[in-house]
Design a protein around this ligand. Structure first.
Ligand code: ADP
Ligand code: MG
Length: 609
């Protein structure tokens, strides 16, 4: 086009010149002469109006010169000849202008189309055009990237390739709807990629019409929403777990209060009962004990932060609870413990490590109704400590394995399984920065593998787990604040029976009471009125050096945060047995009064008189 313009202008000029020479040589024939106007007409093909005017001017000048030379100056003949040239020039100029506008419009449209094609090509979404019989005619780069098929592989064949077999029947229906001019929107549908993997996409398909308004094709935009959907599912799951945890924690807390009463009154009765009744009582105690361990599990599941983390040698923890477990696991099951030859220090809570092992071993036992072997083994795996628990039990199906760690998922009868065991283990391992994996074969057995990060500090020595007899008081006075009557009575009774003197306090009589001889305050944390820590602060203002022991049925870490209770201050978890309460009291009395363990107490002067 660029080259064509100067060429056509040159040709026009040449034509004008040749015709001028011809008509000069020949007698003055109107026809040949008139052909001078051919020049501007030819120039019009350049679509350049200025060129037309240029050639027209040249033709007019030549026509004037020749006709004058032929002696026609001033005649009507000369005038008519010049009018012909001018007229044709003007018409050609108009034509050239029109052509130019048209060409410019076309170039703009072509550029726009090119941009659209590039845009569609680069779009992250799959943009696919198909005929109304479903045969693909266009397949952009987004579609290649998303589905793994190149345009060459797909264009010319039916779109059905990426639609899952069970949804293919819907394709014809969709095409029929499109033919009727309707748009189709699918918020979420599945697609099969070339490698067989599945993606979830959102789809919009619009009919494409020709100039007459007839639907001739369909254009689909398909967006990959797989990751988005997974993320949404994950956060919904986390939210579900969270609320489940809260619910479980709340229920467990209330149960704990009741269980404390049942267990302790059962203990009181034991001293007063006939041997016959003792059997029944033992059953009651047994059931209450089971309920206690269940609520304990619920609370453990509910509270996610680790409490009292220390450096524990994984080997010690296995040896200690392993021995205990092997005694209670059943005669037909052999338990083998193999510990690593070197210490495996990990940062964890001792009680929670025991909980992991307990859950895994109990599950192993349940999976081996006819007996078998369970192997507990510790080893080192790079920078991690590894704990594996393997059994020769029933194994599990892939469906069970997929849901294993879900809270409340169990395959056991209602009176045996809670479905909380592995959910709790999962939580504990996660909190400790570790991972848990499972390998299971139906009919062969199951291996759980837990990896915990090793730390460089040496482990602290394990606490003696020997049960010592309950501590006894020597007439120390202990003040008790607890708004649950039964629990308060219980605490007071336990304390009195073991050599302490007690004073029951409440928010109302707090100001009036004199506590000069009290060495310890035991208070519930969550009370109906002001919380225990606030009451304790008030009392310590008046009695500097008063030791404080908190009790609560709520999650430890949560409470410490909410009431700003330091780690130095002990919290007895409800439900407690007499032994546990007395041990806590003994410990609280034998430590110097806590200064700075709770807000307000930091300003207190030194130890009590
Ligand atoms: P529960 O023991 O109360 O059923 P868990 O969370 O401990 O709850 O376990 C969930 C389920 O996982 C069990 O019901 C059982 O089907 C399966 N499971 C766990 N451990 C094993 C194992 N060692 N062998 C076979 N199945 C197991
Ligand atoms: Mg279990």
């Amino acid at each position: 086009m660029r080259l064509l313009r100067p060429v056509s202008v040159l040709v026009s000029v040449a034509v004008v010149t040749v015709l001028a020479l011809l008509s000069a040589a020949a007698p003055p024939r109107m026809l040949v002469f008139g052909m001078l106007a051919l020049g501007p007409a030819l120039a019009a093909t350049s679509s350049n109006p200025s060129a037309v005017l240029l050639v027209g001017g040249y033709a007019l000048a030549t026509a004037f010169t020749i006709s004058t030379w032929q002696g026609l100056l001033g005649t009507l003949d000369q005038f008519l000849r010049l009018v012909v040239v001018v007229t044709i020039t003007v018409i050609s100029w108009a034509v050239a202008r029109h052509h130019r506008a048209l060409a410019r419009g076309q170039a703009g449209a072509a550029r726009e189309r090119e941009m659209l094609v590039a845009f569609a090509e680069q779009s992250a979404d799959a943009i696919i055009v198909s005929r109304l019989d479903g045969v693909v005619t266009s397949w952009n780069g987004g579609a290649e990237r998303l589905y793994g098929y190149t345009a060459d592989e797909v264009i010319g064949s039916r779109f059905a390739k990426v639609i899952p077999p069970e949804r293919r029947h819907a394709l014809d229906q969709a095409l029929a709807e499109l033919a009727d001019g309707r748009q189709i929107r699918l918020d979420e549908t599945r697609r099969i990629c070339r490698d067989g993997s599945e993606r979830v996409v959102s789809v919009t398909v619009s009919p494409i019409r020709d100039e007459l308004g007839n639907v001739v094709a369909a254009a689909a935009t398909e967006r990959d929403i797989t990751d988005q959907k997974l993320a949404a599912e994950r956060s919904a799951r986390a939210a579900r777990l969270e609320s489940l945890g809260q619910l479980a924690g709340g229920v467990a807390h209330d149960f704990n209060n009741l269980l404390a009463i049942i267990l302790n009154y059962a203990d009181f009765l034991a001293d007063e009962i006939t041997p016959d009744g003792a059997d029944d009582l033992a059953r009651i105690r047994d059931a209450a004990d089971r309920a206690r361990s269940l609520t304990g599990q619920l609370l453990l599941f509910a509270k996610r932060e680790p409490t009292e983390v220390e450096i524990v040698d994984l080997n010690d923890s296995i040896t200690c609870s392993g021995e205990l477990l092997s005694r209670s696991i059943g005669a037909n099951i052999r338990m083998v413990c193999r510990t690593h030859s070197h210490p495996l220090p990990v940062r964890a809570n001792r009680g929670r490590l025991d909980q992991i092992l307990l859950n895994l071993v109990i599950n192993a036992r349940d999976a081996m109704p006819d007996g078998g072997v369970v192997v507990i083994e510790t080893s080192r795996a790079g920078a991690q400590a590894r704990l594996t628990v393997s059994d020769t039990g029933t194994g599990m199906t892939p469906e069970v394995r997929d849901r294993l760690f879900e809270p409340f998922f169990t395959t056991k009868p209602a009176d045996r399984g809670t479905g909380l065991g592995l959910a709790t283990v999962y939580g504990i391992v996660g909190d400790a920065g570790g991972t848990i994996g499972v390998d299971s074969t139906l009919g062969i057995g199951t291996t759980f593998e837990i990896l915990l990060p090793l730390v460089s500090e040496p482990a602290t020595a394990p606490a003696e787990c020997l049960e010592t007899g309950p501590a006894h008081g020597h007439g120390e006075r202990i003040a008790v604040i607890e708004d649950e009557d039964y629990v308060r009575d219980l605490v007071i009774r336990i304390l009195r029976e073991h050599g302490y003197r007690t004073t029951a306090l409440s928010e109302e009589n707090l100001a009036a009471s004199t506590l000069d001889d009290a060495s310890l305050l035991i208070t519930d944390i969550v009370l109906r009125g002001r919380p225990g820590p606030a009451l304790a602060d008030d009392l310590r203002d008046r009695h500097p050096g008063l030791r404080v022991l908190f009790m609560s049925g709520y999650s430890d870490a949560e409470l410490r945060r909410r009431y700003d209770i330091g780690d130095a201050t002990r919290i007895v978890q409800k439900p407690f047995t007499a032994v546990e309460l007395l041990a806590a009291v003994d410990e609280a009395l034998s430590t110097p009064p806590a200064v700075g363990s709770a807000p307000g107490s930091s300003a207190q002067p030194g130890p009590s008189p």
